[in-house]
Design a protein. Sequence first.
Length: 217
Amino acid sequence: MKNSLAFRLPRLSPSSQLSQPSDRGAGLRVGVFGGSFNPVHNGHVELARRLLELARLDEVWFVVSPQNPFKQGERLLDDALRLRMVELALAGEPRMKASDCEFGLPKPSYMWRTLQTLAEGHPGCEFVLLIGADNWARFTEWRAWRDILAAHRVVVYPREGSPLNPAEFPPGVTLADTGLVPGSSTEVRRRIACGQPIDGLVPPVVARFIKENNLYL
């Protein structure tokens, strides 16, 4: 697998800018969408679109994780490569931003520490944690999960194979009925390794980036 940081940067038109998290004023409601994004795919972007509306968010920030505590054996591309692909995927989505806020934090990447860092760096924002039903099923295994519930609203979205009962949700936790959004980073990587096309699975600019830099081979 080629993880070199000497990757090629696609040219963007003058009207297109890579999104970077920044406050636009007090009261901004931001959904925190954490993940490895290895790589980011169309399902991630579509899910964020739905969450923006259903959870009444102003923005969704894709927080690229250097190391998921539950996936410490997972082999990942370099952080900068995964971040760059997220930036490219979101270049046309003004309400979605890429965040590298976990890059300077200790590993593994605990969400409570991430939320504290975001709140300290952006005091004008309300940060809402966005997690899938699979993660919600293990939420009590998370570091400082009680602190997360006490300090932040949590929005849970459906995931295949993980049943939900909103009637059992504690205060501050709500369901965003996004439906099941197709897409899998694992499937993207498998197709690339087998020499199969990934058209329609990832944004075209991400597909070009992967091809030009020989990633996931």
